[in-house]
Ligand binder design. Structure first.
Ligand code: 3PG
Length: 221
C-alpha cells in the first residue's frame, strides 16, 4: 500500500494519505514564492501540499514545487473538471483532489495519470464512489457536515473507507479527527495565511506547521 516508485511518485491515493497526517491546503497568488513556501512547510514537518487551482498562478506553482522541492509531495486541489486533472498532472502534481465529485471526474480519476481523491459530504456520495471502485475520499466541508461525529458515523456502514477531512479544521480540532481510525489525514489552510504568503513570511509558515505537527504528535512545539 505504501509502495512508491523510485522517482518518488505515489502509486495510489493511499500512499498520498499515508505520507503525512496533515495536508497543507494553499492558495498561491504568486508562483515566485511557491518553492520557498513548500520548503517552509517541509521544514515544519508538513510534506503534503495541496495547491488549489483557485488562482492563475496555481499550475506554475505546482510546476515549481514539483521541480525544485522533491522532498514535498505536491498535489492539485480544487480540481473541478477532467481538464483540470490532466493539466495538474502535466504540471507535475503527484495527486489531485476535488471539493466534490462529478461522474466525469470519477471516471477520469479512476484511470487517470495521478492518484485522485474525490470528496463526499453524504452517505449516498460515498456509495456512488464505492460503486466506481473508490475507497478513499476527502470529506468536505468537514466541520459543516458534522465534524468528527459525522466521520465516526460513516465508519458504521462504510468500515473500509478512509477519509481526509478538510474545511473548517484548525490546530485545535485536527487531533479529534485524527483520533478516528477511518481518518487517514486532515487538511487545512490555517498553516498558510494569505498575509504571510503575501509578505513572504516563511518563518511564520514554518512555525505554524511545526506547532501543528507537535500538537498532533502530542509534543510541545
Ligand atoms: C479545502 O479546499 O479543502 C478548503 O478550502 C480548506 O478548508 P479550510 O480553508 O477551512 O482549511
Amino acid at each position: 500500500m505504501s509502495v512508491r516508485p523510485s522517482d518518488g511518485r505515489p502509486t495510489s491515493i493511499d500512499t498520498v494519505l499515508d505520507a503525512s497526517p496533515l495536508m497543507a491546503v494553499v492558495v498561491i497568488a504568486d508562483a515566485k514564492g511557491a518553492s520557498e513556501l513548500a520548503r517552509a512547510l517541509v521544514r515544519g514537518g508538513v510534506v503534503s501540499i495541496e495547491v488549489t487551482l483557485r488562482t492563475p498562478a496555481a499550475l506554475e506553482a505546482i510546476r515549481r514545487i514539483a521541480g525544485e522541492v522533491p522532498e514535498a509531495l505536491v498535489g492539485a486541489g480544487t480540481v473541478l473538471t477532467p481538464k483540470d486533472l490532466h493539466a495538474s498532472a502535466e504540471a507535475g502534481a503527484r495527486f489531485a483532489v476535488s471539493p466534490g465529485a462529478t461522474s466525469a471526474l470519477l471516471d477520469a480519476g479512476r484511470d487517470g495519470p495521478i492518484p485522485y481523491l474525490p470528496a463526499v459530504a453524504t452517505a449516498s456520495e460515498i456509495m456512488e464512489g464505492l460503486a466506481l471502485g473508490y475507497s478513499a475520499f476527502k470529506a468536505f466541508p468537514a466541520a459543516v457536515i458534522g465534524g468528527p461525529a459525522a466521520l465516526k458515523a460513516f465508519a458504521g456502514p462504510f468500515a473500509d473507507v478512509r477519509f481526509c477531512p478538510t474545511g473548517g479544521i484548525t490546530v485545535a480540532t485536527a487531533a479529534d479527527y485524527l483520533a478516528l481510525p477511518n481518518v487517514a489525514c486532515v487538511g487545512g489552510s490555517w498553516l498558510t495565511p494569505a498575509e504571510a504568503l503575501k509578505a513572504g513570511d516563511w518563518a511564520t509558515v514554518e512555525r505554524l506547521a511545526r506547532e501543528a505537527m507537535a500538537v498532533l504528535s502530542g509534543r510541545a512545539a
